[in-house]
Write a new protein. Structure first.
Length: 327
């Protein structure tokens, strides 16, 4: 007869309550905390524990004094108040360190090279802080290349700081892929950007994620390894601007009235798909190149090739490319 194995001690123990979390939920539910004693009675906690939790929530900006009591603040607003000064201080120190490094290199090397012209930054928080600081001092023009690939949400998060310059007299131009017109959340984002004054255009494929501030500083993003490059070399910045302008000239203006893939957009997508199919690429590779799901890509391929008499995907791609008079 086998003996049942007893669970280790504490396996079913109840986690200790978090007074700060309970007090914040109480404040959010009631709309305000009029008295620490009253809150302690409702929560069944000692008054001194609730008082300490309230003080900590005030430090975190999750509660703010108002009319003799405490009222809750939205978590996102609290995080902004707590984190922004830290991010600003961190990047001001980074800028100071870079200036000192350049000065030392300038003294010890003759002639002075391009020290600090290309810096690597790693981590979401550091990249977000870098972009936010650059956006805050941007005065004339900001251009954005948004590739719209698998990490849409992360790129959106990293580029959110760019939106802060809208409405301050800064010209903003954004190029993103056609697929941004199809999804509800992506369309809402484009509509919001254009409604706030940004010029938005789309094309079949955007090769990289990058932002250029005032034609003097660029930040390129590598979402795959959560890193960025801060580019201050003016030759490289001009190259990125030239790439952006070339893509911009060939892109289609976005309008909130446009509905998904239609007209010129559908034709442009079919051209891009035909080019890639003519190279013998698989559906998965074509989808990845165009920043869309394999299912969506196959739906476009089926619609494009329904009238073609082809015996292979390669032949279908060549026929489609010929039909679209592609180079």
């Amino acid at each position: 007869m086998s003996t049942a194995t007893l669970p280790p001690p504490g396996a079913f123990s109840v986690p200790e309550p978090d007074p700060e979390a309970e007090l914040y939920r109480y404040a959010a539910r009631c709309g305000r905390i009029s008295s620490v004693d009253t809150a302690a009675a409702h929560l069944g906690l000692p008054a001194d524990t609730v008082a300490a939790a309230a003080a900590r929530l005030v430090e975190l900006h999750l509660l703010r004094p108002a009319d003799g009591g405490l009222v809750p603040r939205e978590p996102a607003a609290a995080a902004e108040l707590v984190v922004t000064p830290l991010e600003r201080a961190m990047y001001e120190r980074r800028e100071q360190a870079d200036r000192l490094r350049e000065r030392i290199d300038g003294i010890t090397r003759a002639p002075a090279g391009a020290a600090g012209a290309l810096d690597r930054v790693e981590g979401v928080a550091e990249i977000r802080g870098l972009i936010k600081l650059a956006a805050e001092v941007c005065r004339d023009e900001l251009v954005v290349l948004h590739p719209g690939e698998a990490a849409d949400d992360l790129v959106d998060e990293l580029l959110d700081a760019c939106c802060s310059v809208l409405g301050d007299g800064v010209g903003v131009r954004v190029v993103c892929p056609h697929r941004s017109r199809a999804g509800y959340a992506a369309r809402a984002r484009l509509t919001q950007l254009s409604g706030r004054g940004a010029q938005v255009r789309t094309l079949s494929r955007v090769p990289e994620a990058a932002v250029v501030f005032d034609r003097s500083l660029a930040v390129t993003l590598d979402v795959a390894d959560l890193s960025a490059r801060r580019v201050r070399d003016q030759g490289m910045v001009r190259f990125l601007l030239g790439l952006f302008d070339q893509l911009w000239d060939g892109a289609t203006p976005y309008s909130a009235e446009d509905q998904g893939y239609s007209g010129e957009i559908a034709h442009d997508l079919q051209q891009a798909i035909a080019r890639l199919m003519a190279q013998g690429l698989t559906d998965e590779v074509v989808a990845r190149r165009l920043g869309m799901s394999v299912r969506t890509c196959r739906r476009h391929i089926a619609a494009m090739l329904q009238n073609l008499d082809a015996v292979s995907r390669f032949q279908a791609g060549v026929q489609a490319a010929t039909r679209f008079t592609l180079a």
